[in-house]
Design a protein around this ligand. Structure first.
Ligand SMILES: Cc1cc2nc3c(=O)[nH]c(=O)nc-3n(C[C@H](O)[C@H](O)[C@H](O)COP(=O)(O)OP(=O)(O)OC[C@H]3O[C@@H](n4cnc5c(N)ncnc54)[C@H](O)[C@@H]3O)c2cc1C
Length: 395
């Protein structure tokens, strides 16, 4: 039961995960507010956002149901139809092909700023109350709900609060939820580049002893790169001039896509594993990067966050269908257990792959190529990997 003046859900953080959460839950008929500390990112086609995601089909379906995907797709979502993964040390490729998997595409390469822009554009029609710019400063909670105190002097009473305020989440800290973190001492260098050969709608990933290098297909023949490097190497690569950067990338890619030329400024983000030890504290839950930060080598960071949202929506929908309390503690805790386990499994799986490939120890080098080749030759395994990445259950 709601108290007077109380809303159903307060979502804190209006990045992709928080904005999607507010939109999706409002579409379920809940009374929702979104609190965001900064003006939201706006998107312009002439200035591609360096932060792009390999967006999985289940998450496109989630946004489609919430009425936001067509606006993203129509603006600029680059389908990718194939994936090629290989090791610089030799051996066969692991291949994923949409045709062989009975799909039109494996997913889409989408910019972060575009997702945020289009999600925010959909909030008013869904009835989401937006508090921006406003930051959460303090909170109190009891058995019936949570009160958030914002830095604009206002307060918000809700039955449930979702902390989607990123890796350094304030609300997670206020709720007393702890994290376990491990710094990989690596950075992801991101940039747009032009390649001598066409990208063929293919996501390319080459494992080097320093870390994986991914070329993701983008619009206008460009590719978006995510180059995992040890901290000091990343720092060095950021300071190269464009010509030297292009030459090093061409070499690092083993010439697979021909000559590589820089086509944008560069940025780098630190890589770490950070997992919340618990996802729920009373009436507060954590989602997205506030709950889990994973290695980007499988491009699953934002996909896992949106799966937190989809699972929350499913639980609430099921409870509403049965006319029982969607916010009951045991239901929220069931959601938390399920998501914590899935996200931790994913985080350690990506870490294991990164460890296996990001080194030049002889016995591991000898193992890697044949391992990828073998995996690629077993159609059920390819099917299983892809379905997992795409957010579908393995057959
Ligand atoms: C340069 C870069 C490149 C990346 N590339 C990839 C990639 O290739 N693939 C991949 O999967 N992931 C990538 N990531 C990680 C990915 O961006 C995150 O997984 C994703 O942004 C998480 O979304 P989120 O909505 O949970 O958090 P965020 O995007 O961090 O959003 C959190 C929001 O909360 C707001 N906020 C914070 N504190 C408060 C407060 N107290 N009150 C109110 N609002 C608050 C912030 O302003 C922000 O808008 C990259 C990250 C960076 C920085």
């Amino acid at each position: 039961m709601k108290r007077r003046g109380q809303i159903d859900v307060a979502v804190v953080g209006g990045g992709v995960v928080g904005a999607a959460c507010a939109l999706v839950l409002a579409r379920e008929g809940l009374d929702v507010a979104l609190v965001e500390g900064r003006e939201p990112l706006s998107w312009s086609p002439a200035q591609p956002d360096l932060r792009v995601y390999a967006f999985a089909p289940d998450n496109a379906a989630l946004l489609d149901e919430a009425g936001a995907w067509s606006a993203v797709r129509d603006a600029r979502a680059q389908p990718y139809r194939r994936m090629r993964v290989w090791d610089a040390g030799g051996g066969d490729e692991l291949r994923f092909d949409a045709d062989a998997l009975g799909r039109t595409q494996l997913g889409w390469i989408v910019e972060n700023a575009l997702l945020v822009d289009r999600l925010w554009a959909a909030l008013p029609a869904a009835g989401v109350q937006v508090r921006c710019p406003a930051r959460v400063e303090a909170m109190e909670q009891d058995d019936t709900g949570v009160t958030l105190r914002l830095d604009d002097g206002s307060r918000l009473d809700a039955r449930l609060a979702v902390a989607a305020d990123g890796a350094d989440s304030t609300l997670r800290r206020l709720a007393g939820l702890e994290v376990a973190a491990h710094d990989y001492a690596q950075r992801g260098v991101v940039a747009f580049v032009r390649t001598g050969m066409p990208h063929e709608d293919t996501a390319w990933q080459r494992f080097l002893p320093t870390g994986p290098l991914a070329f993701l297909p983008f619009a206008d023949g460009l590719s978006s790169i995510v180059w995992t490097l040890p901290d000091d190497e990343a720092q060095r690569v950021l300071t190269l001039d464009d010509a030297a950067f292009g030459r090093e990338l061409t070499l690092a890619m083993g010439g697979k896509l021909g000559q590589v030329d820089a086509a944008s400024p560069r940025a780098a983000f630190p890589l770490k594993r950070q997992l919340a030890k618990d996802y729920v504290a009373g009436r507060i839950v954590v989602a997205g990067d506030a709950a889990h930060v994973v290695h980007p080598l499988a491009g699953q960071g934002v996909n896992l966050g949106l799966r937190d949202v989809a699972a929350l929506r499913d639980g609430i929908r099921a409870a509403q269908g049965r006319r029982v309390d969607w916010a009951a503690t045991h239901r929220i805790e069931r959601w938390a257990r399920q998501r914590r386990s899935e996200n931790a499994t994913a985080a350690y799986a990506f870490e294991g792959i990164n460890r296996l490939f990001s080194n030049d120890e002889m016995h591991l080098t000898l193992l890697r190529g044949p391992l990828l080749g073998l995996a690629g030759k077993l159609p059920p395994l390819v099917d299983f990997f892809w379905r997992h990445a795409a957010g579908q259950r393995a057959r």
